[in-house]
Structures are given as C-alpha cells and as structure tokens.
Ligand binder design. Sequence first.
Ligand code: COA
Length: 190
Amino acid sequence: MTDDAARPPEPAPRTTAASRTMLSHIMGPTEVNLLGTVHGGVVMKFVDDVAGAVAGRHSGGPAVTAAMDEMQFLNPVRVGDLVHAYAQVNWVGATSMEVGVRVMAEPWNEAGTAPRHVASAYLVFVAVDDKGQPRGVPPLVLETDLDRRRHAEAEIRRSHRLARRRAIQAARAGAVGGTGSAPEAEGADA
Ligand SMILES: CC(C)(COP(=O)(O)OP(=O)(O)OC[C@H]1O[C@@H](n2cnc3c(N)ncnc32)[C@H](O)[C@@H]1OP(=O)(O)O)[C@@H](O)C(=O)NCCC(=O)NCCS
C-alpha cells in the first residue's frame, strides 16, 4: 500500500451557508449580575455554543474551542430580552476553523423595535478525532463578497495570533527565569 492509499480521503469542500447557524434564548433572572444586566460569561457561553455547532457542522464531527478572541460587549442585555446569536465559518486551515459570531437582542418591553447589536466574537475551533487529535477539515467555499471580506479579515487575525504567540514564546525563552518559572506562584500566565 502506498502512503497516498493510507491517507484519509480529502473532505469535500463546504460553503459557509452549509454550516451557518442561529441560536435564540430568552435571558432569565438567574443569568443577571448585581446590576440587573446579564453576566458577560453567560453571553460568552452562548457564543461558544453557537460557534461549536457551526464548527461541528462544517467539520462533520467533534470540534473543540482552541481560542476565543475579540469578544466585544457593545450593549447590556437584560432579563427577558430575546437574544439571537448568528454564526458562520469565516476561515479554515488544515484542522482549525475561525467562526465569527454576532449577538443581537430584542428588548422584552419594546416590541417591534429593531434588535440591538450587543456582542461580537471570533473563535478558533479545532476538529478532533476520537483520540482528541486534530483531524482535517473540509475546505471552505466562499460564495459572496461578504464571505470574501470575512475570510480576508480572518487571515489577518490568524497571522496576528501566530505572530503574537511566537513573540511571547521568544520573549519567555529569553527572560530571566524563562519558561521554568512556576506559574502558580505568579498568577495568570497562559
Ligand atoms: C485545540 C487542541 C486540539 C490543539 O491541539 P495541538 O496538538 O496543539 O494541535 P496543533 O498544534 O497541531 O494545532 C492544530 C491546529 O490548531 C490551531 N491552534 C492550536 N492552538 C491554537 C490557538 N490557541 N489559537 C489558534 N489556533 C490554534 C493550529 O494553528 C493548527 O491549525 P491548522 O491545522 O488549521 O493549521 C488542543 O490544544 C486541545 O485539546 N485543547 C483543549 C481544547 C478544549 O478542551 N477546549 C474546551 C474548553 S475547556
């Protein structure tokens, strides 16, 4: 058997539309902080859920959250608000996918008003096999100008993420104490 024959078949390309997902939820009284607005962590969980559904649909199996960045909270969410999270794949690599999420809220006491944009985020998911190891994801078919813009912007974010990681690793390698220092003694090292 040749190496080519042993390799799993290349997954068929998929459009952004094939995995695009919307989740809705009415915020309840157990989800608020002392100010009466919804906890940021509740919104983040909601964002992670919808993005995970998109990543699972695109990759055709399990996918784990590898990174969540550019989480922006633009407006408060209140008890009773009907909240919608819209998500789609913006970019794919060999095993990872960037998913963009936009969260909109309809205030419970202002029927008929346009939903407000309350949060946005970009998450990286990695498709994994049954051993938790990264597995190949289908190429992404970009169909619209909006898809192409989101893809181009995702490439910029990807190159910044990689550059930042490399710079931090290089700085730690050169720092006094280097990577051998004990993180538990120092707080929030990643
Ligand atoms: C995500 C995970 C599977 C990556 O495993 P790994 O052995 O580090 O994988 P690799 O270094 O081979 O990277 C695989 C891909 O993920 C990307 N990746 C890994 N970590 C990343 C990060 N922090 N940010 C962005 N991309 C990342 C790599 O760039 C690579 O992309 P590509 O294949 O599309 O080029 C592994 O770190 C993991 O299991 N993390 C825990 C995930 C989890 O449990 N999430 C739930 C929250 S608790």
